[in-house]
Design a protein around this ligand. Structure first.
Ligand SMILES: Cc1ncc(COP(=O)(O)O)c(C=O)c1O
Length: 418
């Protein structure tokens, strides 16, 4: 049966493919540590108790009909106050759009500012930008980053590609790396966007900046989150933020995201999200509006989740550093934010006990799944070449006890390679 060109050209998620392999091994009775999915096990990381209570209450009060397509005013007011108190950002409820998680925001940003054939610039590794380019017929301009810069893009790397582009898509803390922009690095990129827009004529589409800060509440230690508009207020007219509750409140299944930016663009995003019907469920909006107002509850929840996630990430980071010190060809980058750790397992060209030569990062990953019972995601799933032997580790679905058992298993598996 024939379908549209767009449908034919869409790629499935690499991560879901790896998850399929893991599920098959699990069905065969194997106990695999699944560090692949950017999600939480909600029995280990439940959503805030007060939020859960408020959602149940909202359903009991029959808050079950259509919400306004752009989100309930109450919630947009709460988000507005939240942005002011957390980032000192001034956005009124009219500049805020609520949607069913954050994905519809990203899709509607692309739909609102990108025409087919337009250039969209984004770094690799990064999350899903390629799919949104496919959905909008955009030309993906993918900038490969380096471990020396924590896999964050630099102004020098981006500069040659911004001429005439419609959108620069950035994310910090970054999925898949768990690393972040420093103030200076982000400032330099902001200045590039300002300079490019100065070259555009009146009435011409500017270079827009999509800034995905969905992990901004999950940062560790001395690492501070920066955003383009606080650093360079003149970027307010061209910056559209992606944010929401999915990650900071471990609420990936609750589906409440919020985006904000210049009203002119956000109004078009509202129409797009409205026609898609991709709004957040009403009861969840009612509850989120209430919950966000309680700074004390939010701070207590964030303090706890950050402590636990950071413990898991640091345990694995240290484990990999220990293996490196023992002479194994591995490495790890200090965790800064999100729920991810970046690790290197550089064993391409080595031979397994059954005589197979590991050629690509996917081969290395599959070997670790079978031999160490540990599943990671190669950066090739996020747009790098399959010769880049760096991987994402996601700790949201594992306990600290489970995480502590991983390094010895990886060590034993790597020791068998020749
Ligand atoms: C960087 C980033 N942005 C946005 C999202 C989308 O989140 P949501 O579940 O709210 O659609 C994700 C989810 O993994 C993400 O990693």
């Amino acid at each position: 049966m024939s379908v549209s060109k767009l449908a034919r050209n869409l790629h499935g998620s690499e991560i879901i493919k790896i998850a399929g392999e893991i599920n098959e091994l699990k069905r065969q009775g194997q106990n695999i540590a699944n560090l692949t999915i950017g999600d939480f096990d909600s029995n280990i990381y439940p959503i805030p108790a007060e939020l859960k209570q408020d959602i149940v209450e909202a359903y009991a009060q029959n808050q079950t009909n259509y919400p306004p397509a752009d989100g309930m005013l109450n919630l947009r007011e709460s988000v507005s106050a939240f942005l002011k108190s957390r980032f000192d950002l001034d956005y009124n409820p009219g500049q805020i759009l609520i949607s069913g998680g954050s994905r519809p925001l990203i899709y509607s940003i692309f739909m609102a500012v990108v025409d087919p054939g337009d250039k969209v610039v984004f770094p690799a590794p990064s999350w899903n930008n390629n799919h949104y380019c496919d959905l909008t017929g955009a030309e993906a301009v993918i900038i490969q980053t380096t471990p020396e810069n924590n896999f964050m893009p630099t102004a020098a790397e981006l500069a040659p590609h911004l001429k005439g582009a419609a959108l620069l898509a950035l994310c910090s803390p970054l999925n898949p790396t768990g690393t972040m922009f420093s103030k200076k690095d982000l400032e330099e990129i902001c200045d590039l966007v300002i300079a490019e827009n100065k070259t555009r004529k009146a009435g011409e589409k500017p270079l827009y900046l999509m800034y995905d800060q969905i992990y901004s509440q999950l940062t560790f230690g001395k690492h501070e989150h920066y955003n383009p508009v606080s650093l360079r207020p003149e970027l307010k007219d061209v910056t559209i933020f992606v944010d929401g509750s999915s990650k900071c409140f471990a609420a990936t299944g609750v589906r409440v995201g919020w985006g904000f930016g210049p009203a002119e663009v956000v109004n078009h995003m509202k129409s797009i999200v409205g026609h898609m019907g991709a709004w957040a469920p009403k009861a969840e909006q009612v509850a989120m509006a209430k919950y966000l107002k309680h700074d004390d509850q939010v701070n207590a929840y964030l303090g706890n989740i950050k402590h636990n996630i950071q413990n898991s990430l640091t345990t694995l980071y240290n484990g990999f550093q220990q293996l490196k010190a023992e002479g194994f060809n591995v490495d790890s980058i200090e965790p800064m934010g999100a729920i991810y750790l970046t690790v290197k397992v550089d064993y391409a060209g080595k031979t397994t006990p059954d005589g197979t030569v590991l050629k690509t990062s996917a081969d290395i990953n599959f070997y670790l799944i079978k031999e160490a019972k540990v599943a990671l995601v190669p950066f090739s799933a996020f747009g790098t070449g399959d010769d880049v032997n760096w991987f994402r580790v996601s700790v949201g679905a594992s306990t600290l006890q489970e995480i502590e058992q991983l390094t010895p298993r990886i060590k034993a598996a790597l020791a068998k390679l020749v």
